[in-house]
Design a binder for this molecule. Structure first.
Ligand code: MN
Ligand code: MN
Length: 304
């Protein structure tokens, strides 16, 4: 089972201006073939389907704990998308005359459905609005093959994060990319080390793919400075701690990154606040006349 924490893995800056097309670009990192929906569901189903869990435990712990991190990545990218689609000044739309085409601009954005259907929220679709689908999940039960796929998946995800990053000028989307590039590199590294334990092949020598150091990405620097590139978390009970047999202090950071031992951290990072996005009555979020809903919620809270 899972527990839930009302925090984002990192705090996201507020966008300078609304940018629904930047939000659409970020959708590639959510619902694209190599997006967070794919990493989450690949590792989640592999962890559910794992055979001989107790006898392969460090490998099971690795896939199971990274699953929980990926769910938090889905949450992080979704919030980045909603921030960019929402913009910094939702009050401008509040109470607009619905007969005055207050959202006329939205018919021309790349992903019109992100407003028309989702009210500016994230959806499980890629940057062109094509739906994420379950055929992106690879779960054969063969441990080497599944880990090899996961290594490939993280390298593909890194490729797409780098390309999306190159399209963005706003700090919100760039922060999402800067953090996820560090964490995705950790995951690629960890699957490489798992494959090395199983096969003797030093897969980590292939990294990074694409061959660019994170030192070139300014938004990744503070995460490198704090050592995030050397850390895996258990995200739950210490029963997952034995992933340290793979993500081991005997191993170090990748050559292009700040040096140091790899470490397993019990629990999860402190993270940051979940953005409080205000509704817009003319977009009917949470409704055209939300005062009644707010009043009911306040009464329920007081009566508790
Ligand atoms: Mn991820
Ligand atoms: Mn990952």
């Amino acid at each position: 089972m899972f527990t839930r924490i009302n925090r984002l893995q990192v705090e996201l800056p507020t966008p300078r201006r609304p940018d629904p097309n930047a939000a659409a670009a970020l959708q590639e990192l959510l619902g694209g073939k190599f997006g967070e929906m794919s990493t989450l569901n690949n590792y989640m189903f592999q962890s559910f389907n794992f055979r001989s869990k107790s006898r392969t435990k460090p490998f099971y712990s690795l896939v199971a704990s990274i699953t929980a991190e990926e769910l938090g990545h889905v949450e992080l990218v979704s919030n980045g998308i909603a921030l960019l689609a929402n913009g910094p000044d939702p009050e401008d739309e509040h109470g607009a005359d619905v007969a005055d085409a207050p959202f006329e601009d939205m018919k021309d954005i790349r992903s019109a459905a992100s407003f028309l259907h989702a009210g500016g929220g994230a959806m499980p679709v890629d940057s062109n609005g094509l739906p994420w689908n379950g055929t992106y999940v690879f779960t054969t039960g063969n441990l080497v093959l599944d880990l090899l796929h996961n290594f490939f998946l993280e390298c593909g995800a890194r490729m797409h994060k780098l390309r999306v990053y190159e399209t963005l000028s706003d700090p919100t989307g760039r922060e999402v990319c800067g953090y996820l590039l560090v964490r995705g590199s950790v995951h690629a590294h960890s699957y490489a080390l798992a494959l090395k334990k199983l096969t003797g092949v030093s897969m980590e020598n292939l990294l990074p793919v694409p061959n660019i150091d994170l030192a070139r990405i300014p938004e990744s620097q503070k995460y490198l400075d704090e050592g995030s590139h050397r850390r895996l978390y258990t995200w739950g009970e210490d029963v997952y701690r034995d992933l340290a047999a793979i993500w081991s202090p005997d191993e170090g950071a990748l050559p292009g990154d700040p040096p140091g031992e790899l470490e397993v951290v019990d629990g999860h990072p402190d993270g940051g606040k979940i953005p409080e996005l205000e509704g817009a009555s003319s977009a009917f979020t949470p409704d055209y006349a939300p005062e009644e809903i707010f009043e009911i919620a306040t009464k329920l809270y007081k009566a508790m």
